[in-house]
Design a binder for this molecule. Structure first.
Ligand SMILES: [Cu+2]
Length: 352
């Protein structure tokens, strides 16, 4: 099969497993394999039911077809206790064949293994926030980085409406529900839990790990379909180096970037960057943390490739790329766009 040509500069599907990035059949985790085992049972039972109904139906249609010469209507009768018991009991038994394995895997995965790494997942209209409370309090967005072969417990909630956290290749899917917050405004009172053991990286020497597409699965507003995220599974060493750079403030060296740092004063009510005055502004931010932005592959929650051109287009008018985006058009001049892009994108400390 030939790979379709994508226009890199515009709307683009994720370039990994381009043929079926959302396919759940070839899942990579125990969760997805367990889900598929129930799926297989359901498929077999459904095929059996199809034939068990279709064959007698066709046989009856042929056998009792009117020959057009009947003088009296056929014999009328009502109720048949044996049949009624049968067609109640058989479906119940069939449903139990599906329900019991379903319960079994639900309970199996409800348990968070000892020593699991905690990642907090927060849905926002229309982007994802990821926090790593055990790894130096990293806060990042739209790119979920994980070490391979590691049990991870995702604590999932939402800052606004209901979203759905889903990495199809990992199986499992968890709604992000709005919740009341503790006094500090950042700790949720309630969350949902999803336990996953990450898959291994096929080629340990490949830089940048293995990428899997994630997607919001609850209709959460006009840009719901553009609320995606990139999941990157690294070797354990590479994850450590990512974790170190994820929290590193930008290295502002050029005059362009220095000017951009000034322009960023207009962004910091909504965006935080580690080690800048933006962190002092109290209250939760409505926009993604931009500390490690230059290392992200996509911008606008998987909407476009993260290039200077696409970033400029985003800053000119976010809504032209993402309908309903909660980032307003700030009326920046072309010069300011170049400056602030250089600050948020080019000054990022490179991970690899
Ligand atoms: Cu959503």
């Amino acid at each position: 099969m030939q790979q379709p040509a994508f226009d890199e500069s515009s709307y683009k599907l994720f370039d990994v497993s381009w043929d079926a990035p959302m396919d759940t059949i070839s899942g990579l985790t125990e969760w997805s394999r367990d889900i598929n085992s129930v799926y297989a049972i359901t498929t077999v039972i459904t095929i059996f039911v199809f034939f068990a109904v279709a064959i007698p139906l066709i046989w009856t249609l042929v056998k009792f077809k009117s020959k057009g010469d009947e003088q009296t209507p056929p014999k009328q009768f009502h109720g048949n206790t044996t049949l009624e018991i049968l067609w109640t009991v058989i479906p119940v038994v069939l449903l139990l064949f599906i329900a019991v394995p379903t319960w079994r895997i639900l309970f199996k995965h409800a348990h968070t293994p000892e020593g699991a790494m905690q990642v907090d997942v927060i849905g926002h209209q229309w982007w994802w926030e990821f926090r790593y409370p055990q790894n130096g309090n990293i806060i990042t967005a739209n790119e979920l980085h994980l070490p391979e072969n590691t049990p991870v417990v995702f604590r999932v909630w939402s800052a606004d409406v209901i979203h759905g956290f889903w990495v199809p290749k990992f199986g499992g899917k968890m709604d992000a529900n709005p919740t009341a917050m503790e006094e500090d405004g950042i700790t949720p009172k309630r969350w949902s839990v999803l336990n996953i053991v990450t898959p291994s990286v096929a080629d340990a020497n490949k830089k940048g790990g293995e990428m899997y597409q994630g997607q919001c699965t609850q209709l959460c507003g006009p840009s719901h379909a553009l609320m995606r995220f990139n999941t990157v599974v690294h070797s354990k060493d590479e994850f450590e180096s990512w974790a170190k750079t994820a929290n590193t403030p930008p290295a502002v060296e050029t005059t362009l970037a220095k000017a951009g740092e000034q322009v960023f004063a207009r962004c910091q009510a909504c965006h935080a960057i580690t080690g800048t005055p933006s962190e002092q502004i109290p209250g939760p931010k409505i926009g993604p943390n931009l500390t490690n932005f230059g290392n992200r592959k996509y911008l606008g929650a998987g909407t476009r490739l993260n290039t200077m051109e696409n970033l400029a287009a985003w800053l000119r008018d976010p809504a032209s790329i993402k309908q309903g985006s909660l980032m307003p058009n700030l009326g920046l001049t072309e010069e300011e766009i170049q400056q602030v892009s250089s600050y948020v994108r080019l000054s990022t400390t490179k991970t690899y």
